[in-house]
Ligand binder design. Structure first.
Ligand SMILES: C[S@@+](CC[C@H](N)C(=O)[O-])C[C@H]1O[C@@H](n2cnc3c(N)ncnc32)[C@H](O)[C@@H]1O
Length: 501
């Protein structure tokens, strides 16, 4: 059989790229042609157009072709430093913070299962036979035959290149002539599913994991697919959760979607509050000011009441600004310098300067807010809360302080307190989309889909409806990467709709 002409080849390439992200340019083109020939010969099809037609209508045939084209290279304890970091540093931290619930780990693109099973062995070594109660691991891959082999748990010598004889004897039993079967004890905490990471909706088994391993999968994807899948995995991750990519992939995913964190010389991603500090030095904003009488929080406000509330808030804003305007030029200069340092990612120097500012002028509310933001970004929650409370003590109507206190409470899994703070913020300013967004996230996690849906819709309406580009953000010095939030709202609304069907 001769190969397909260029136009036909482009048709196959497009199909594979849009459906599962696999690219077949340059040296990978020959693999595509080989795969097409093999499947067409199996199906006794000679015409490339006929086979293309079959692929678009027959999902089983599409999967058979994909099985031939994926690169399943993997082995036990691959890139062991990251696995060690996960089991010895990150998991103990999660266990420390979270007393309840099982820790959920997803291996995205797990191939024949060596990666999730390696984690299972390491967890067994650290936590003993109790580990089944503490952890659940899900391995997913697009390749049906790889997942079948993973479920079977039988491996040949290629998989054992980094396994020492002790572990081999401890966890495997001989199977047939040259293979070994992983013991049931290690397999029992791992489940597998066939999932296309570029598919429409991820299943329940992948939702809200504490850790996602997504290693040596994205190297085969073009940039826009890498971005799309990384964003979707980031959405899934629970607040504070970790995402580990392969060492060679780290740099490509530093897209501002998750925070890049370093520990023991190794890099990984974490879903942190993700507030960034924007240059708003020369802007007049209502920030630093807001709040509401506690009794009003949570009551449905009529538009008129809201209007009045906003007027009160903005009245207080002017007062606070007036107060800040009266601060010495020296204080303003110090604040601008601290802001610059924070933007340059020099948090310690910024905090030092803010302390100097506050010693000179303790009425400068924005200094507490900037301190709070920097501390929150460093996960120093107690100190961040202390600064928010100081801002509220100076100005009980401080929207940013309420919002930040809500985010801190959310991070500490005190969801009732978080909801109370977000209600406060929305009452003060119904355009406070981060408060709608986080309310939606909590409702979603609690399974209250009706409330989640309406709160995501409110956040999206505000984010999309502000043509100024400011998208309702008046929160100084807090700022959010809004594109990411738009993507999350849309993704979650799509999930809720699919689940509701
Ligand atoms: C090289 S293996 C990586 C295995 C393991 N994560 C490791 O690091 O050893 C890459 C895996 O990604 C899977 N893969 C590629 N595209 C995928 C997609 N769209 N959805 C799910 N899995 C995919 C392939 O089937 C393959 O098994």
């Amino acid at each position: 059989m001769t190969g397909p002409d260029n136009a036909k080849l482009v048709g196959f390439k497009d199909l594979l790229l849009t459906k599962c992200g696999l690219g077949f340019e340059n040296e990978r083109e020959a693999a595509l042609i080989r795969g097409l020939r093999q499947r067409m010969s199996n199906r006794r099809i000679e015409d490339f157009d006929d086979y293309h037609g079959l692929l678009t209508g027959d999902i089983d045939e599409f999967n058979r072709l994909v099985e031939l084209l994926t690169i399943n290279e993997t082995y036990f304890f691959r890139e062991p430093d990251h696995l060690k970091l996960l089991v010895e540093r990150l998991i103990p931290d999660i266990l420390e913070e979270r007393k309840s619930d099982r820790i959920r780990i997803v291996s995205a693109g797990c191939s024949t299962g060596e990666e999730p099973y390696s984690i299972s062995m390491l967890l067994h070594e650290r936590y003993g036979t109790d580990f089944g109660r503490l952890f659940s691991i899900t391995g997913v891959d697009i390749d049906t035959s790889a997942i079948d082999r993973a479920k079977h748990g039988v491996y040949g010598k290629n998989s054992f290149r980094a396994v020492d004889t002790d572990r081999l004897g401890l966890y495997f039993e001989p199977f047939g002539r040259n293979e070994y079967r992983l013991k049931e004890e290690i397999r029992q905490v791992v489940t597998f599913e066939v999932i296309n990471l570029l598919g429409t909706v991820y299943p329940a088994s992948m939702q809200m994991p504490d850790v996602i391993l997504y290693r040596n999968v994205s190297i085969y994807f073009p940039g826009h697919v890498q971005h799309a899948i990384f964003s979707r995995l980031a959405c899934l991750l629970t607040e504070g959760g970790y995402l580990l990519v392969g060492a060679a992939e780290t740099i490509h995913h530093d897209l501002g979607i998750l925070s890049l964190v370093e520990k023991d010389g190794l890099f990984f991603y974490r879903k942190l509050p993700n507030l960034f500090i924007e240059n708003r030095r020369n802007r007049s904003s209502a920030a630093g000011v807001s709040g509401l009488p506690a009794a009003g929080a949570g009551q449905p406000a009529t538009p008129t009441a809201r209007g009045q509330q906003r007027a009160v808030r903005h009245g207080h804003a002017s007062l606070a600004h007036a107060r800040e305007r009266r601060s010495s030029p020296d204080a303003h200069a110090l604040f601008d310098d601290a802001l610059g340092l924070a933007q340059d990612n020099r948090p310690d120097a910024a905090l030092e300067l803010l302390d100097t500012l506050i010693r000179r002028d303790d009425s400068f509310v924005k200094a507490y807010l900037l301190k709070g933001t920097i501390l929150l970004n460093s996960s120093r929650f107690d100190e961040a809360r202390e600064n928010c409370n100081k801002a509220l003590a100076k100005n009980p109507l401080c929207l940013e302080a309420s919002l930040m206190l809500g985010i801190i409470a959310r991070h500490e899994e005190n969801d009732d307190e978080a909801l109370r703070r977000f209600r406060e913020a929305i009452y003060l300013d119904s355009a406070c989309w981060p408060a709608h967004f986080y309310t939606a996230e909590i409702a979603y996690a609690r399974g209250d889909m009706k409330r989640a849906c309406s709160a995501y819709e409110s956040a999206l309406r505000i984010l999309e409806g502000d043509p100024s580009g400011d998208r309702g953000q008046t929160f100084f010095p807090l700022a959010f990467k809004t594109d990411q939030f738009v993507a999350i709202c849309r993704h979650k609304l799509a999930l809720i709709r699919v689940q509701g069907k």
